[in-house]
Design a protein around this ligand. Structure first.
Ligand code: GLN
Length: 198
């Protein structure tokens, strides 16, 4: 299985390393031709408005939307979660998303940069071990649509969700060296979805 990392801005290298540690081939995606090579896509943390603008400039916006609509497995962390959400609160004027995930997220919900924090969370992947979660100007989820499963919460706010082949986290597992979430994406979300299409 080839997994792309949307390589326009943000912590692309960290995601690539985590994915390689899970044993998949990784392709940096900057152009439609590179998107066409991959079975699944990861959208990194960074700045969602910048990533969306660059995706327009690089001609990736519509091709990514089309692939998501056809069921391509996608995982978004932080800015990536925002880019996958159907609806954003506190969005920049005119901010667009790829969408596909029926959630409403609030940008920068936990506060400003100084309010970034780490927390140990339970993650509903069948393991009882807590997972270290790093939040950096993170969004939280304010509404989940029908069929969206909540995998982790901080207080009453969902911070990890899944809907069929789309996975999103408010936090950054690519920064901790713990590859559990990437492994969950590769093995439980992406591989299952790709096998169903074949
Ligand atoms: N606040 C950023 C945004 O709106 C996301 C921050 C992050 O990815 N660490 O895109």
């Amino acid at each position: 299985m080839k997994v792309g990392v949307l390589a326009l801005q943000g912590d692309v290298r960290e995601h690539s390393q985590a994915l390689m540690a899970c044993g998949v081939e990784v392709v940096n995606v900057r152009r439609p031709a590179e998107l066409a090579l991959v079975d699944a896509l990861v959208m990194p943390g960074g700045e969602s408005t910048t990533i969306a603008q660059l995706a327009q400039i690089f001609g990736l916006f519509s091709p990514i939307r089309e692939r998501i609509a056809k069921g391509m497995p996608v995982y978004g962390s932080c800015a990536g979660m925002i880019l996958l959400a159907n609806e954003i609160l506190d969005a920049k004027a005119g901010q667009e998303t790829f969408g596909g995930l029926d959630i409403t997220v609030r940008r920068n919900a936990f506060g400003r940069q100084v309010d970034s924090f780490e927390s140990d969370l339970s993650f509903e992947d069948g393991s009882s071990e807590l997972i270290r979660a790093v939040f950096i100007r993170a969004p939280w989820v304010e509404r989940v649509g029908v069929g969206v499963q909540i995998l982790a919460q901080v207080g009453s706010h969902p911070v990890a969700v899944r809907s069929k082949s789309i996975l999103a986290t408010s936090f950054h597992p690519e920064l901790t060296g713990d590859h559990r979430i990437h492994r969950y994406f590769v093995e439980e979300v992406a591989r299952v979805a790709v096998q169903q299409v074949q």
